[in-house]
Design a protein around this ligand. Structure first.
Ligand code: ZN
Ligand code: ZN
Length: 149
């Protein structure tokens, strides 16, 4: 493959450098695979794609790389799909809200600080301490529901 890396990878590298975290070649490869997918991608699929580049790559490599990328906010984990998506705004740590289309599988990320705050506040009011206040909303995207051309 000779395609030039998407700018997101360069931004990710700069971001990690600034934070004193190391985007190793394997972490970078895993990030590239997740971003190239353009849709949520599962760990096994990531492993298969990585093995095309690094024959013999082992599952722990992928899991450790994903853990790092999630920690750095470069990738979000979608629990309902057991899959990962790249984040377009890794500069600001955020939990994110995801609209997941049940028909075509498209996922779009909303970043509404107000939603995050009210979820946290409502949880806190019950004494619940949130750890991963990610919101995953399933439904049908504008295209699949015929709402937009
Ligand atoms: Zn995000
Ligand atoms: Zn759809």
């Amino acid at each position: 493959m000779t395609s030039s890396p998407p700018p997101l990878l360069d931004r990710a590298e700069a971001l990690c450098r600034k934070r004193g975290a190391r985007l190793t070649p394997q972490r970078r490869q895993v990030l590239a695979i997740v971003c190239d997918a353009q849709r949520p991608i599962g760990a096994y699929e990531i492993l298969a794609a990585l093995r095309a580049l690094v024959p013999g790559a082992a599952p722990p490599t992928v899991y450790r790389a994903l853990e790092f990328l999630v920690q750095q906010g470069l990738v979000h984990r979608l629990e309902t799909l057991h899959a990962f998506v790249g984040c377009a705004h890794p500069d600001e740590p955020h939990a994110g809200q995801f609209l997941i289309c049940r028909t075509c599988g498209a996922v779009s990320e909303l970043e509404d600080a107000l939603v995050s705050r009210s979820v946290q506040a409502a949880a806190a009011a019950t004494g619940f301490r949130t750890e991963r206040p990610v919101v995953e909303i399933s439904g049908r995207c504008a295209r699949c529901s015929g709402g937009l051309p």
